[in-house]
Ligand binder design. Structure first.
Ligand code: 6PG
Length: 472
């Protein structure tokens, strides 16, 4: 019998997604450039209960095994490998067939490819897939973008393989590269969340003297409240893992230098491009960049000393510190999501993608890396007002920020006094403070610009554009 769908690229994500599809009863054909991975996948399909999965050695036979119109998911490395795979596939595909790229691809590449294959009558989509290995196997969050006709072809399958929370964690995001774009911003928000958690950790251990065991207990407790989320949950687990090669916990032995593949950087780039301020997400990216300068940091640590206050906690108990940090983390997180969602909204408007922020929040409730109870609250905020200009204006979130301000300021001040960099906490707070001030200091910058460049300025008291001969 012919397969319902095909999948090309059997690295970790591809292999697990293929098994997920098969386990939902859809027969799937798979292909990989090197045949061993195909055999591995077939072996796993057998072991996991004779799942309906068929491997192929030749692309031609793979394509011939698919029901028409053919549906092919590709999960190869973003960039050139995607172009190569499309070229090979299109030798065998026919008008009306559909290609779905499930990688973390730059959205403009998807739009270019959609145009290229349209010449042959092929449909093309870019579908963000979040949730890592286990998400791919057991239910990811899926962000498909592209033609509605393509979405309709995929819908019966993707609504079954996606994570299920109040319905499947998938929706037609929008046309063109909208799916890739939204997945990219998901990753930018993921960078922000991870950095905020890392800063909370730094304050708790450095200022509060929390041990890994105490941190584990605290994060477990946090995961039962407003911060409940996948990232808080795994962080609690991390604190409990012993070093397999020695004493103590593994987390203390890990080199403090972060890797990255690029989606966080793209998020900051696109935000700047469309003039959306994202200080928290930028801080997360900057922190990764600074972490990479390990040799410099080792040198600078010898050069500059800082005398931490004798009473590091400034009179607080450890319990009080933990409560303040929890509130500060939550408030910072609201600001970070407000930034990420503003990028999505602004780009959506520019591209006429007609994006539904509430639906996007809904499909992030399960499966993906940023999944959190909090996303349900965001979804509800957009249910109350689909055109909400910023999360900060939703009455519930506004109230939460308002009531956490004192803790937030306390934590940032304590960190600064103790010489600990908390760029995401303080970036969020600065964003909040800048937002909530009717009159900023930009009047002076305008005066300077007009002084040296005759760039002109507007006045507060009359309309028009003005220039002053400033020099005396
Ligand atoms: C996901 C993750 C996934 C991947 C990131 C990591 O949603 O499942 O975001 O896409 O883990 O690409 O990005 P960095 O390597 O840049 O941290």
């Amino acid at each position: 019998t012919l397969s319902k769908v095909g999948l090309v690229g059997l690295a970790v994500m591809g292999q697990n997604l293929a098994l997920n599809v098969a386990s939902k009863g859809f027969q799937i054909s798979v292909f990989n450039r090197s045949y061993e991975k195909t055999q591995d996948t077939e072996r796993r399909a057998k072991e996991e209960g004779n799942l309906p999965l068929v491997g192929f050695k030749e692309m031609k036979d793979f394509v011939a095994s698919l029901e028409k119109p053919r549906r092919v998911i590709i999960l190869v490395q973003a960039g050139k490998p995607v172009d190569e795979t499309i070229a090979k596939l299109s030798e065998h595909l026919e008008a009306g067939d559909l290609i779905v790229d499930g990688g973390n691809e730059w959205y403009e590449n998807t739009e270019r490819r959609a145009q290229e294959v349209a010449a042959k009558g092929l449909l093309y989509m870019g579908m963000g897939v979040s949730g890592g290995e286990s998400g791919a196997r057991n239910g990811p969050s899926l962000m498909p973008g592209g033609p509605k006709a393509g979405y309709d072809l995929m819908e019966p399958i993707i609504t079954k393989i996606a994570a299920q929370v109040d319905g499947p964690c998938v929706t037609h995001i929008g046309p063109g590269g909208a799916g890739n774009y939204v997945k990219m911003i998901h990753n930018g928000i993921e960078y922000g969340d991870m950095q905020l958690i890392a800063e909370a950790y730094d304050i708790l251990r450095t200022v509060g003297g929390f041990s890994n065991a105490e941190l584990k207990a605290l994060f477990e407790e946090w995961n039962r409240g407003e911060l409940e989320s996948f990232l808080i949950e795994i962080t609690a687990q991390i604190f409990g893992v012993k070093d397999p090669h020695g004493e103590g916990e593994l987390v203390d032995k890990i080199l403090d230098k972060t890797g990255m593949k690029g989606t966080g950087k793209w998020t900051v780039q696109t935000a700047a491009e469309i003039s959306v301020p994202v200080p928290t997400i930028s801080a997360a990216l900057d922190s990764r960049l600074i972490s990479g300068l390990k040799e410099h940091r080792v040198q600078a640590a010898k050069l500059f000393s800082h005398q931490a206050p004798a009473d590091r906690l400034g009179g607080l108990s450890k319990k009080d510190l933990a409560d303040h940090v929890r509130r500060a983390l939550y408030a910072s997180k609201i600001c970070s999501y407000a930034q990420g969602l503003n990028i999505i909204r602004t780009m959506g408007e520019q591209k006429n993608w007609n994006l539904q922020l509430g639906s996007i929040a809904r499909i992030w409730k399960g499966g993906c890396i940023i999944r959190a109870v909090f996303l349900d609250r965001i979804k509800k905020a957009f249910d109350r007002d689909a055109l909400l200009p910023s999360l900060l204006f939703d009455p519930e979130f506004a109230n939460e920020l308002q009531t956490r301000q004192a803790s937030w300021r306390k934590v940032v001040s304590l960190a600064i006094e103790n010489g600990i960099a908390v760029p995401a906490f303080s970036g969020s707070l600065a964003y909040f403070d800048a937002y909530r001030r009717e009159r900023s200091s930009a009047n002076l910058v305008q005066a300077q610009r007009d002084f040296f460049g005759a760039h002109t300025f507007e006045r507060t008291d009359k309309p028009g554009s003005f220039h002053q001969e400033w020099a005396n």
